[in-house]
Design a protein around this ligand. Structure first.
Ligand code: MTE
Ligand code: MO
Length: 362
């Protein structure tokens, strides 16, 4: 492996190339949510999706260091953080690569279909509380968040690091979380401390957080300026991946075929159910289609006090004998709607093309 080659682009699969052993190793480490678990408001322990770039690190003597352009550099223990006023926020998190495996040619990485999502109640200290204790310098433009995990990615050896602008970091719902679903943060989700960045794709929620550095110029680390950028077929750089695009997912009705996951349903009336979310603006509407998106009917979307969490939707439905393609799409208040046709980009990011479920009614 050439550790000095910083420009190796992500690979795309050859035409017809199946999932490789490399991708299978990632998929076995980093599982998705079983879609039937979309029925829970808050995803039960173990069913939330996982994405771990390197290894889960062991942190023996934890400190959160806050340094850089601050008036009072800090070194906080977990007890110091727990002594500060706590806040709980319900957040739906989704991996930016969700939908990647259906693109053609397939970007070679974690091969998600539609299942890289989950919702948790995160408890911790508001990020602005800690930033105020440190006192940001007037020259600070970004905060760089460093995780304790370390690895090599496309030739670049690195700690996992991401940055946010000061404005994003000061949002009241930003959290330094030490509990998940009212229990100790599990190792795989970032024990003992993680950043929670409501509304943004998963890569911005830095796990195993040990350092926050106030920077006086934009951060240009690998996960910020090489990975997680939109590169269309022309190859140009259309900018960073940030907030979650709208998506609706149905709980697959009936029962599955073991290998194909085709659903088997009885004829007659039922109620379809699912979850919809967007990190860009609140969900405005959800529609469901039984013919792969040729015709649509409105679903009803339940109100929710949790802006950053998914919302339940239902639609009365009647199945007639035959084969059907069930589809759902979400609209958000910014006017964005999920496309039926997917658009390709090199990293396979934010592919929110509408879900298509094969259903056989017998
Ligand atoms: N330190 C660190 N933070 C990280 C990652 C990582 O590999 N290392 N993965 C990111 C990505 S790509 C995603 S999608 C989310 C996944 O969070 P989860 O595993 O708790 O669902 O964590 C993000 N935070
Ligand atoms: Mo991710």
């Amino acid at each position: 492996m050439d550790l000095s080659d910083v420009s190796t682009p992500g690979r795309v699969a050859e035409a017809g190339e199946g999932i490789s052993e490399d991708e299978l190793m990632l998929a076995a480490r980093n599982h998705g949510i079983p879609l039937e678990a979309l029925r829970y408001d808050v995803t039960p322990p173990g069913l939330h999706y996982l994405l771990i770039h390197y290894d889960i690190p062991v942190i023996s003597e934890f400190r959160l260091v806050v340094d850089g352009a601050v008036h009072r550099p800090l070194s906080l223990t977990l007890d110091d953080l727990k002594a500060l006023p706590a806040q709980t926020v319900r957040v739906t998190m989704e991996c930016a690569g969700n939908g990647r495996a259906r693109l053609s040619p397939r970007p070679v990485s974690q091969p998600w279909l539609t299942e890289a999502v989950g919702t948790a109640e995160w408890t911790g200290v508001p990020l602005h509380t800690v930033l105020s204790l440190a006192g940001l310098g007037d020259d600070a433009v970004e905060l760089v968040f460093t995780g304790a995990d370390h690895g090599v990615e496309r030739g670049v050896e690195q700690d996992y690091q991401r940055s946010l602008t000061v404005d994003e970091a000061m949002r009241p719902e930003m959290l330094l979380a030490y509990r998940m679903n009212d229990a100790v943060l599990p190792p795989q989700h970032g024990f003992p401390l993680r950043l929670v960045t409501p509304g943004w794709y998963g890569m911005a929620h830095v796990k195993w957080l040990t350092q926050i550095t106030a920077a006086t110029s934009p951060f240009e680390g690998f996960q910020q300026s090489v990975a997680y950028r939109f590169r269309p077929p022309s190859g140009e750089d259309l900018g960073p991946v940030t907030r979650i695009a709208p998506r609706a997912l149905l709980i697959p009705p009936g029962f599955p075929d073991f290998m194909t996951r085709t659903r088997v349903v009885p004829p007659g009336s039922t109620v379809l159910e699912g979850r919809a979310w967007s990190g860009r603006a609140p969900i405005a509407a959800v529609e469901v289609s039984g013919d792969g998106g040729a015709t649509w009917v409105s679903a009803s979307v339940e109100p929710s006090p949790h802006r950053w969490a998914w919302r339940r939707f239902t639609a009365p439905w009647t199945f007639a004998p035959g084969r059907h393609v069930l589809t759902a799409r979400a609209f958000d208040e910014s006017g964005e709607v999920q496309p039926v046709e997917q658009a390709w980009n090199r990293g396979g990011f934010a592919n929110n093309a509408a879900q298509a479920l094969d259903v056989v009614c017998v």
